[in-house]
Design a protein around this ligand. Structure first.
Ligand code: AHR
Length: 491
């Protein structure tokens, strides 16, 4: 099949905010304990963090990491994770029915985040706690005054403030699964009040309000509208969460799910703007897609016994999952005018691109690859595309076989095209035209392809890995059936 993409240098969507390549580490299962932190591991550093895991995270070039939850944060007392580690309390975590040792808390995580070359996106507990603890945490992290919480941080060995810029006002507060679940107006009031106090402590911070836990929840829309009606002036972003999966076993339908993500983004942006109009506000609230991934096999798991670091949510990803992750990244890039932050949920062991054995090996899952290339090469300005290609039907929806984003990176002097061929049986011969650029020459074609859509990687075999494709002399570009691709054009 043939397809054509035409872009023009002057027809731009927006500049990509690098924070769309963020991720997420929750105190959940073996994400922290046995994942990033494993003091008895041969590669552990002096704080107990695994250097081999850090090396892979650095390759992914993740600019921001959300922490410490997720559902966990809604029952968390941040003070438990500070100060003398020998004196920290062990507690029950009701979110995942496990035991939290508090060996790692904000004191250690902010050290780890520097080692990961990243930045912290901190979530506060608006479930079992509220504005008071939230503003105290901001003072502990960012305060430079001679006052109790800033002094507590100094006493704990950190003279310089952690300077955390981005803060999430709770997590999925619309869900009944959440500790301290609230109605939209209860949460809206609480978020507005907590946010006001937090910004009074440190006016330089940015705040993310909780949107709906997913698009198809009956309260979607009403929730966003009510929360923003209460908190519009205080918050800077509203969150979106979405997890997709091939529950029906129909791959063609599965690969169309990034269209639902696109619809979700457009819907939330419209709600933000309708509240803006109602309030006659000059401020625009943007979107933080701070949980997204494929997740369905281990959904609903909690630990059967209350133990430390249980093996839960250890989703094993196959090749078709990587294709959808590739398409979801393309969707984020194409919506970069409104989505300013996004977090692949999560980063290590728990619904993650990186897997470890506690005390043992580390390896990468299939979904590692599209993220690796998007984060490292998908930087600059997203261009609008005029696209001609065939499509297929999923219900009444037309799904284009070719999913793509085109990014102009002026600094690197290149155009980068990310493309997923959703067709399960035909390759695509692509004609790419870049108008108003003096010339464009294809210099690299990276492909993620496997004959077997269900192939997985494990610690001993990597069946799915990105590879360089030989560039044809006559310049034709062929995208294999069910493949993910990155094409770099020198300009
Ligand atoms: O990422 C796993 C869980 O998914 C998070 O804790 C929660 O916010 C969401 O439901």
């Amino acid at each position: 099949m043939k397809a054509k993409i035409l872009v023009n240098k002057n027809f731009i969507i927006d500049e990509i905010d690098r924070r769309i390549y963020g991720s997420f580490i929750e105190h959940l299962g073996r994400a922290v304990y046995g994942g990033i932190y494993d003091p008895s591991h041969p590669s552990a550093d002096e704080l107990g963090f695994r250097k081999d895991v850090l090396e892979l995270i650095k390759k992914l070039n993740v600019p921001i990491i959300r922490y410490p939850g997720g559902n966990f944060v809604s029952g968390y007392n941040w003070e438990d994770g500070t100060g003398d580690r020998a004196k920290r309390p062990k507690k029950i975590d009701l979110a995942w029915n496990s035991i939290e040792t508090n060996e790692v808390g904000v004191d250690e995580f902010q050290e780890w985040i520097k080692r990961a070359n990243s930045e912290l996106m901190m979530a506060v507990n608006l479930g079992t706690r509220g504005p008071d603890d939230a503003r105290n945490l901001v003072e502990y992290c960012n305060g430079d005054t001679d006052t109790y919480y800033a002094n507590l941080r100094r006493k704990n060995g950190f003279d310089k403030p952690f300077s955390i810029k981005t803060w999430c006002l709770g997590n999925e507060m619309d869900g009944k699964h959440q500790m301290g679940h609230k109605t939209a107006s209860e949460y809206g009031r609480c978020a507005a009040e907590a946010g006001r106090l937090m910004k009074w402590v440190d006016p330089s911070i940015e705040l993310v309000a909780c949107g709906s836990m997913f698009f198809h929840i009956p309260t979607f829309g009403e929730w966003e509208w009510t929360v923003l009606d209460e908190a519009y002036d205080v918050v800077d972003y509203i969150s979106l969460h979405a997890y997709y999966g091939n529950r029906s076993g129909n791959t063609a339908e599965y690969l169309s799910k990034s269209l639902a993500m696109d619809e979700f983004i457009k819907g939330v942006a419209n709600i933000c703007d309708s509240v803006k109009a109602k309030k006659h506000s000059s401020k625009t609230v943007n979107l933080s897609f701070d949980e997204w991934n494929v997740w369905f096999r281990t959904m609903g798991e909690v630990s059967k016994e209350r133990v430390e670091a249980p093996h839960i949510l250890e989703e094993i990803y196959n090749f078709e999952d990587a294709l959808l992750v590739g398409s979801m990244l393309i969707t984020l890039q194409n919506n970069c005018d409104r989505v300013k932050m996004a977090c692949l949920a999560q980063l290590v062991n728990v619904i993650a691109p990186i897997m470890t054995e506690t005390g043992g090996d580390v390896w990468v899952q299939t979904i590692f690859y599209p993220f690796l290339y998007a984060s490292n090469y998908g930087n600059g300005i997203t261009l609008r595309q005029i696209k001609t290609c065939d499509s297929y039907k999923v219900g009444s929806m037309n799904v284009p076989y070719l999913d793509s984003s085109v990014i102009y990176n002026e600094e690197a002097g290149e155009i980068v095209l990310f493309a997923v061929n959703r067709s399960l049986d035909s390759e695509i011969e692509l004609d790419f035209v870049a108008q108003d650029f003096a010339s464009s020459e294809l210099i690299e074609h990276i492909e993620l392809y496997c004959d077997d859509l269900k192939a997985i990687n494990d610690k001993s075999t990597e069946r799915v890995a990105a590879e360089k494709v030989k560039i044809s002399e006559n310049g034709t570009v062929t995208l294999k059936k069910h493949s993910w691709n990155m094409l770099r054009f020198k300009i």
